[in-house]
Design a protein around this ligand. Structure first.
Ligand SMILES: Nc1ncnc2c1ncn2[C@@H]1O[C@H](COP(=O)(O)OP(=O)(O)OP(=O)(O)O)[C@@H](O)[C@H]1O
Ligand SMILES: [Mg+2]
Length: 231
């Protein structure tokens, strides 16, 4: 099986732990659930954290790796125009990206980067910072971009900023076939219900991804991921 091997392994990527690790298995299970969709496989999937740093970007990167390994053409689009980070995870340039496309300064093929050793996985970074990201996100431009991207990939995964922190995240989510909400395992249920009701009422919420699930040491399923935190 082909695995991406970034020059410098980052702890965020499952490849840092090996393709047969419990973490890779967890993302394989997630891939199957996502592609089942609600009866129809979604083409565009947004991933957002309920609050900042709950693990959205980590989920985007690993779901993308696992899916591209199965032979699908995947694009990871960094739509976090305030705090872009996908380019750092995959160590690609952020000189051009989504912001440049929306400003009419670049085309899709100027801004796509193949992941190291895994050409089926491509990253479209957020691009240079702009003063007012929300102003660039006009419905007709978003629809045009999504339409154009259809020719480039079998699955588009959009890294959205936290819906709890950034207003345009809910707006972008409403253009996509499906949305996953990433929450830390200790997030109160009420918080999740209210966020889905208030912020994602116009989105097709496919499910919730529980991140940082506490697991006893004897149980392998999340142990090594936590070992990273302890290091
Ligand atoms: N399960 C996990 N175990 C340990 N560390 C994790 C886990 N998930 C994410 N992290 C780490 O937590 C930090 C935040 O994760 P990530 O960037 O994926 O969150 P995010 O929701 O995209 O944050 P942001 O709001 O900044 O976009 C990163 O340093 C990441 O490596
Ligand atoms: Mg993020």
């Amino acid at each position: 099986m082909t695995t991406a091997q970034p020059k410098k392994q980052r702890g965020d990527l499952i490849t840092a732990y090996g393709e047969i690790s419990p973490f890779a298995e967890a993302y394989r299970t997630l891939r199957i659930s996502v592609l089942q969709g609600n009866g129809k496989a979604p083409w565009s999937v947004g991933i957002s954290g309920i609050h900042p740093a709950h693990g959205a970007t980590t989920t985007v990167a690993n779901l993308g790796l696992i899916t591209a390994e199965t032979g699908m053409r995947v694009i990871l689009l960094d739509a976090d125009l305030y705090k872009p980070s996908l380019h750092r995870v995959f160590e690609v340039s952020n000189d051009l990206g989504l912001s440049a496309i929306l400003e009419g300064k670049a085309k899709i093929n100027d801004t796509l980067f193949a992941a190291p050793d895994l050409p089926l996985l491509r990253i479209l970074p957020a691009g240079p910072k702009v003063r007012n990201p929300a102003a660039l996100l006009r419905p007709n431009r978003i629809n045009e971009l999504l339409h154009e991207l259809r020719d480039w990939c079998d699955l588009l995964i959009m890294d959205l900023p936290s819906v709890g922190a950034v207003a345009y995240s809910s707006f972008l989510a409403s253009f996509l076939d499906a949305v996953l909400l990433v929450i830390r395992a200790d997030t109160p249920r009420m918080d999740v219900e209210q966020t889905v009701k208030r912020r994602l009422q116009n989105a097709h919420v496919l499910g919730i991804v529980l991140n940082r699930v506490p697991v006893a040491r004897g149980d392998g399923s999340a142990y090594r991921y936590y070992a990273k935190e302890e290091a």
